[in-house]
Design a protein around this ligand. Structure first.
Ligand code: SF4
Length: 250
């Protein structure tokens, strides 16, 4: 299964690297299809590649990438444990916002990636990514909340959780604080998504919408990698920690 997913993701990436569907191909150095664990349960979706990403062909490798790594690390995760991609795969000139027709042209790639990955949770980074999964929402109100994902996005059975773009956290100490606080909720959203999937009801059918409970703060957690190389987070202060405070990312 892992090999099949990896091959399917590589096939999509190959198409992205030669894509000319929208004007953004004209200025790119390298397209940035996305990368990560093909068996992950959590997909992070940003907006578009920046200067460094365009040069390297990899998502979130600049300063915003450093912030994303810090955010992931605050709940004991690594970037290799999740899948990271963007709504547009080529850099908009001068780092301008992606335009609606560019997002629409690129949407089939993201949809196909999500169909392959079948994540339990999609985390949106920034308002253009959020607009794909929470149409009409405003980032100031929606960050830190989750709802069922429309299966038409490609994530057929998932919850979406909205966060600010890491670049915004670099610019504003207040947004940085909010981002770390929001990140603390993501493991709980994953637990809830797993419950909904295990119950056989899609999150959408169950009408899932929630403001999640956070997991213990990083100071209260211990993080280990188990013998199967799976990431485990357990509340060190609570030896009887239940599923809500233990996570394994596959
Ligand atoms: S942004 Fe997407 S649709 Fe546009 S050229 Fe790049 S890969 Fe193709």
């Amino acid at each position: 299964m892992r090999d099949e997913r990896q091959a399917a993701l590589e096939a999509i990436a190959d198409e992205v690297r030669t894509c000319t569907r929208c004007r953004l191909h004209e200025g790119r150095t390298k397209a940035v299809p996305g990368e990560g664990d093909p068996d992950t349960e959590v997909v992070f979706v940003g907006e578009g590649p920046g200067f460094n990403e365009d040069r390297e062909g990899r998502p979130f490798v600049g300063r915003a990438g450093g912030m994303l790594v810090r955010l992931l690390g605050s709940v004991g995760w690594r970037r290799e444990d999740v899948f990271i991609t963007n709504v547009v795969k080529c850099r908009p000139p001068d780092n301008r916002d992606p335009q609606p027709d560019e997002i629409e042209a690129c949407a089939p790639y993201l949809r196909r990636q999500l169909e392959v990955l079948d994540p339990a949770v999609v985390v949106t980074l920034g308002r253009y990514s959020m607009g794909t999964f929470m149409p009409g929402a405003r980032i100031g109100q929606a960050h830190g909340t989750s709802q069922a994902v429309d299966p038409a996005t490609g994530a057929a059975n998932a919850l979406v959780f909205a966060m600010y773009h890491p670049a915004a956290a670099l610019r504003s100490p207040g947004v940085e604080r909010d981002s770390f606080e929001d990140m603390r909720h993501v493991p709980a959203v994953l637990v809830r998504a797993r419950e909904l999937r295990a119950g056989g009801a899609s999150p959408e059918a169950a009408g899932a919408t929630m403001t999640p409970e956070p997991v213990p703060s990083p100071a209260d957690t211990s993080t280990t990698i188990d013998s199967d190389e799976h990431l485990v987070i357990a509340a060190a202060s609570d030896p009887a920690a239940d599923d809500a405070s233990q996570l394994t990312l596959f």
